[in-house]
Write a protein that binds this ligand. Structure first.
Ligand code: ADP
Ligand code: MG
Length: 589
């Protein structure tokens, strides 16, 4: 793309975030442009280039504008930038909070307490000094993606890379170890055509061109998320993908926050996409103050947040997810385990729907673009594990189907694209059974659990049987249910209540690590596999069932208490002991 001569155009039509402009030079699909509206430059992206039926020398571009177009008029100036929508990569990404276009939000809020169109702030702090240590010397050959040095970024070693689109180059000069900011040149390299390029600590990368894998591999190492129902029954591996659909209020956002705090990863990226503004503001405030449970440092030291709330222009949602993915790939390339949390991908898909509607595309199911499944697949495919770098990018996206209808296109396409699926159920949320992941409906995972496949199947089978008995009880009544079945039902209830349900806000209960999970699983398996003999002599079945319920209630209370208190080795060991006594129906503490 020729970026030397200034290429311009002028607006000829404005339709919400979609505009058309006439131009006379060469314009390229996907390049960015700025539209001058009332003295401010608004960011836009070229979607389509066509010839002008009215003027053989001109062309017409169709563009989507990422910012509010209030005040735009026919004839307004368009400046083409010769560059695809890009993200700035380099030290300082962590701890940052941006809007959907990587404008840093804190500096913006210093300009004005409300976001206004055209407001811009540097994506990364331009003044902060970083301790750069070079790792190549003059005369060395380097190419795109190669490391030329590093800076410490908090507790991370941030590698300084040659931009990915560079071919083979020779290092001409490189600075000695020193403190530099991101605007300073650290190295000069010369390409094969003899052209000089200045390298800095940062470079920009087009967000729709995935950063390559060094060596892509199948995700096979389970992540400890701390959430029992996930780690037992619907696990996710480093580099894996998960769709997390649920109706409004079922707990998708709480789940994302829980994962932010407890999922074992080096880096967490949040893309708050189109959700309520108040919620996003809360996150920003909370997370700045929260301590990372694994290090005691501020949680933000390993995080960055893209906040693109419902009050911001819809078109920017599309950009924000791609920007977040690219940042994730960048850290994966450096060898870090990254988890990207996107809330909600449905809002992202709505942005695509609005755009394709305005462009007059032939609509697919529910007016989404025909290629929505491919677009969703393409997004999740950018996640993955990399054995050569040792890093991974895990992508967990919430889906918010209208009315909780999982048959709609975005939920269905997500199910087809992801290795794991956590379906939140309205019924469970209504009953305050949190997290509301329903292990029997739409929940599955291709990844290995912390427990064996057989144990996992045993648990699901027991829950399924208990659920069936529950149905029977509510249709034909408890009386018709045999005692052994009732015991099975109580076992299922116990697993659900004491293991699957977990208090996201309780200090100890909120997070269960694998060692503790193993103890719990042992207890659960013992409970499942041992026939328990309850007896009341010659008494009625109904009385016996009452007695069984009482016994199980006692066990459940004891177990809940264990969840919130057991810490020491002896306390931990008390669970299997308790179950041992219980299944023998011995007197227990
Ligand atoms: P969604 O994002 O799906 O619309 P939220 O995550 O905002 O739903 O959850 C709605 C409410 O449900 C929360 O404000 C909280 O009160 C409750 N809730 C959800 N998940 C949990 C949980 N794991 N533990 C306790 N309360 C929860
Ligand atoms: Mg939410």
């Amino acid at each position: 793309m020729n970026s030397n001569s200034k290429r311009t155009g002028s607006l000829i039509s404005i339709q919400d975030s979609l505009v058309k402009a006439r131009f006379f030079e060469n314009v390229i699909m996907g390049e960015t442009a700025e539209i001058l509206v009332e003295g401010k430059f608004l960011q836009a992206e070229v979607l389509q280039v066509a010839s002008d039926p009215k003027n053989a020398k001109a062309g017409i571009v169709e563009m989507q504008v990422f910012e509010d177009l209030t005040g735009a008029k026919i004839g307004d100036l368009v400046v083409f930038k010769g560059k695809a929508l890009s993200v700035l990569l380099g030290p300082g990404l962590l701890t940052s909070i941006w809007d959907g276009l990587q404008n840093a939000l804190y500096p913006l809020s210093e300009q004005d307490s409300y976001l206004k169109p055209g407001m811009k702030a540097p994506a990364l702090d331009e003044e902060k000094l970083w301790d750069f240590t070079p790792s190549v010397k003059p005369g060395d050959s380097v190419c795109g993606g190669q490391v030329i040095g590093s800076v410490p970024e908090g507790r991370f070693d941030h590698k300084i890379l040659v931009p990915f689109d560079f071919g083979k180059c020779k290092v001409h000069t490189i600075i000695e170890s020193s403190r530099v900011n991101i605007t300073q040149t650290v190295a000069l390299v010369i390409d094969e055509h003899g052209k000089e390029h200045e390298l800095k600590l940062v470079f920009s990368h087009p967000v729709k061109s995935p950063i390559p894998f060094m060596q892509r591999s199948i995700p096979n190492k389970t992540i400890s998320t701390g959430v029992r129902v996930i780690d037992l029954l619907a696990p996710v591996a480093y580099g894996g993908t998960v769709g997390n659909p649920g109706p409004f209020g079922a707990g998708k956002t709480v789940m994302q926050h829980t994962l932010c705090k407890y999922a074992l990863a080096d880096i967490i990226i949040m893309a708050a996409c189109g959700e309520r503004a108040g919620e996003a503001v809360e996150v920003f405030k909370d997370f700045a103050e929260l301590a990372d449970p694994s290090t005691g440092e501020s949680l933000m030291n390993r995080m960055c947040i893209f906040g693109n709330t419902s009050s911001m222009p819809v078109a920017a949602r599309e950009a924000s997810v791609f920007i977040a993915l690219t940042v994730g790939e960048y850290y994966r390339y450096q060898g870090y385990n990254v988890i990207l949390l996107a809330d909600s991908t449905s809002r992202w898909a709505q942005a695509l729907r609005e755009r394709s509607g305005r462009q007059g595309d032939i609509p697919g199911p529910e007016a989404f673009p025909m290629d929505i499944p491919d677009q969703i697949k393409g997004m999740y495919q950018r996640a993955g594990a990399d054995t050569a770098s040792g890093g991974s990018l895990t992508f967990i996206g919430t889906v918010s189907p209208a009315g909780g209808n999982f048959q709609e296109p975005v939920t269905q396409a997500t199910m087809d694209s992801t290795g794991g699926f956590w379906g939140l159920s309205q019924d469970r949320a209504d009953a305050k059974k949190y997290p509301a992941i329903d292990p029997l409906v739409y929940t599955n995972s291709v990844y290995d659990s912390f427990i064996s496949k057989e144990d996992r199947e045993q648990i699901v089978k027991t829950l399924q049987e208990a659920n069936d008995i529950d149905q029977t009880i509510s249709t034909i009544g408890l009386k018709k249910v045999p005692v052994e079945k009732y015991v099975l039902y109580q076992k299922g209830q116990t697993i659900d209540f004491c293991v699957l349900q977990q208090d996201a806000f309780h200090e100890l209960d909120a997070c269960t690590r694998p060692e503790r999970l193993q103890i719990i699983n042992k207890a659960v398996q013992k409970l499942i596999e041992t026939p328990i003999h309850f007896s009341n002599g010659e008494g009625e079945d109904e009385e016996l069932k009452e007695q069984i319920k009482t016994e199980f209630d006692r066990l459940r209370l004891w177990w809940k208490d264990w969840n919130s208190n057991a810490k020491s080795e002896t306390e931990l060991a008390s669970l299997p002991e308790q179950i041992e006594h219980f299944v023998l129906q011995e007197q227990y503490a």
